[in-house]
Design a protein around this ligand. Structure first.
Ligand SMILES: NC(=O)c1ccc[n+]([C@@H]2O[C@H](COP(=O)([O-])OP(=O)(O)OC[C@H]3O[C@@H](n4cnc5c(N)ncnc54)[C@H](O)[C@@H]3O)[C@@H](O)[C@H]2O)c1
Length: 279
């Protein structure tokens, strides 16, 4: 017997993030065709009842995300913020508190690789390595720092970091892999240190996802059509396709919601089985 039958014919299930305030960092997306992971997650959270503070370095892109949410009847506010600047992060958390009084969910979607200048160790420069480190690892650490300060007062919260399957599998460039591996390690450490405050911290490791960032940057770098790249990338995945932003958003929703109440410190792959095929 289904849950709804149990509760009588007038019962409708509550939304999975009803009443929650979510800060989604990197809720815009890189230029190009398709849907990014952060935009998909912000939309998914709002559809499940969250009030979403949508942050991005480029405001136009995140305004678009907030507009999509509002057109669907959801609640979202777009704000410009650069994860590599601590004063921006402080302003973001203060805005969430001012607007809605709390922060239940922090979703850390920002990450750069090729677009940030990543390369093989023998070719990368100090400046490019530092750029990727400042965004992927230090930026994620500092959003956690300022969200955790609020969550500790509340004695509750869920943080979802977006890492990468590159942290644990093959990846050709050095700074992305190293910084994403750092995100995994930091997730475990922060989860352990903040469990006593009822704050859960988990990490999603996407595999090959067909987002504008992944496809567009590679199309330019390797001079290949989107179709060629999509075929190549899909062939590497046991399930026979690349993931979509929705695949990442679905796990983010579970980890953000109370359904994952007893899960913390986990780094979970969303990769269609790709890791099993990594030789
Ligand atoms: N697409 C994939 O195949 C794939 C695979 C593994 C992991 N990931 C991870 O998923 C996440 C999102 O990837 P995506 O493909 O949707 O990328 P995306 O570039 O579309 O989304 C990231 C967003 O973050 C923003 N951003 C970049 N630097 C920022 C900064 N300093 N401050 C604030 N915002 C900033 C970008 O403008 C963009 O809107 C990243 O963390 C990425 O590493 C993606």
């Amino acid at each position: 017997m289904s849950d709804s039958t149990n509760r009588g014919s007038g019962w409708t299930p509550s939304k999975r993030l009803d009443g929650k305030v979510a800060v989604v960092i990197g809720a815009g997306q890189s230029p190009g065709e398709g849907l990014g992971n952060g935009r998909a997650t912000a939309i998914r959270f709002a559809r499940e009842g969250a009030r979403v503070l949508a942050i991005n370095r480029s405001i136009d892109s995140v305004e678009e995300t907030a507009e999509i949410i509002r057109k669907e009847g959801g609640e979202a506010f777009a704000m410009k913020g650069d994860i590599s600047i601590e004063s921006d992060i402080i302003a973001v958390m203060a805005e969430a508190k001012r607007r809605w009084g709390r922060i239940d969910v922090l979703h850390n979607n920002v990450g750069v690789s090729l677009g940030g200048g990543d390369a093989d160790l023998m070719e990368i420069t100090e400046e490019r390595f530092d750029n990727i480190y400042r965004i992927n690892l230090r930026g994620t650490a500092f959003t956690c720092k300022h969200a955790i300060a609020v969550m500790r007062e509340q004695r509750s919260g869920s943080i979802v970091n977006v890492g990468s399957a590159a942290a644990v599998g093959l990846y050709p460039y050095v700074a992305y892999k190293a910084t994403k591996a750092g995100v995994n390690a930091m997730t475990e450490q922060l989860a352990l240190q903040n469990a006593k405050y009822n704050i859960r911290i988990n990490c999603i490791m996407p595999g090959l996802i067909a987002t504008p960032m992944a496809v567009e940057t590679r199309s330019k770098k390797f001079n290949k059509s989107h179709e060629e790249l999509n075929v190549e990338r899909s062939a590497k995945v046991p399930l026979g396709r690349q993931g979509t932003g929705w695949d990442v958003a679905n796990l983010a929703l579970f980890l953000a919601s109370d359904e994952s109440d007893f899960i913390t410190g986990e780094c979970i792959l969303v990769d269609g089985g790709r890791i099993l095929n990594r030789t």
